[in-house]
Design a protein around this ligand. Structure first.
Ligand code: SAH
Ligand code: DHB
Ligand code: MG
Length: 222
């Protein structure tokens, strides 16, 4: 079954995702530098890119940079003068990401901020940072609810918020799970159920990275 999912990804990649030196180099450098192989897949990266373009995003916030693979897809969605701010706790990941982002020609549009995302976000909220048009949440899943709350504070009516890895091989449906990541995703989803300022859904995905999913939300009542 898994090979079928990977085969389908490969088919669409061949047809819809032309060879891309900067993105391939970002993946290869990340592996060579010992980063975990957990970036979004190429079709998923392009989905983020398309979503950001569809909503005309000029200011994008990413929580969880890794080697900057998803960051490059998002950076390329920006119009001239646009900006991505991406948050990463690990100095080595951030160093690798900055090099990958530079190779993609995006250094001027992308700011990598190193530190615990919860602290960086608190500081951004405290200094009344201008709101973002698009937010991609993809760091430690145990803090998903904290990141979603912060994203909401850094949003305006119409901001699109995407959360990665909300399905985790279906484990999200297990109410008895003691896994901190699953508990975080379930806590976030439970809060969203009571949040009238957000309209959201979640979509399950398969592919090169197995079975997982995205939560998609827009700031605004349904
Ligand atoms: N968005 C990337 C993948 C991110 S993987 C892509 O798709 O290409 C998750 C990243 O979040 C890792 O690099 C990890 O170091 C970082 N991270 C984990 N906990 C964090 C925290 N508390 N604050 C900021 N970053 C964190
Ligand atoms: C993990 C994190 C991710 O962001 C991801 O897309 C897949 C796996 C992880 O921490 O295992
Ligand atoms: Mg992820």
């Amino acid at each position: 079954m898994k090979s079928t999912w990977a085969d389908v990804d490969a088919f669409f990649e061949q047809h819809l995702l032309p060879a891309d030196d900067a993105l391939s180099a970002a993946m290869e450098t990340s592996v060579a530098e010992g980063l975990p192989p957990i970036s979004v897949t190429p079709p998923q990266g392009k989905l983020l890119h398309l979503l950001a373009r569809m909503c005309g995003a000029r200011r994008i916030l990413e929580i969880g940079t890794l080697g900057g693979y998803s960051t490059i897809w998002l950076g390329r969605a920006l119009p001239a003068g646009g900006k991505v701010v991406t948050l990463e706790i690990d100095q080595h990941h951030a160093d690798v990401a900055r090099r990958n982002i530079a190779r993609a020609g995006l250094s001027e549009r992308v700011e990598v901020q190193v530190g615990r995302a919860s602290e960086t976000l608190d500081a951004m909220i405290a200094r009344r940072e201008a709101p973002f048009d698009f937010v991609f949440i993809d760091a430690d899943k145990a803090s998903s609810d904290v990141y979603f709350d912060a994203a909401l504070k850094l949003s305006h009516e119409g901001t699109v918020i995407v959360v990665d890895n909300v399905v985790r091989d279906g484990k999200v449906a297990d109410a008895t799970s003691e896994d901190a990541d699953i508990k975080g995703i379930r806590r976030m989803t439970g809060k969203l159920a009571r949040e009238t300022r957000i309209t959201a859904t979640a979509i399950q995905t398969v592919g090169g990275k197995s079975y997982d999913g995205f939560l998609l939300a827009i700031v605004g009542a349904s």
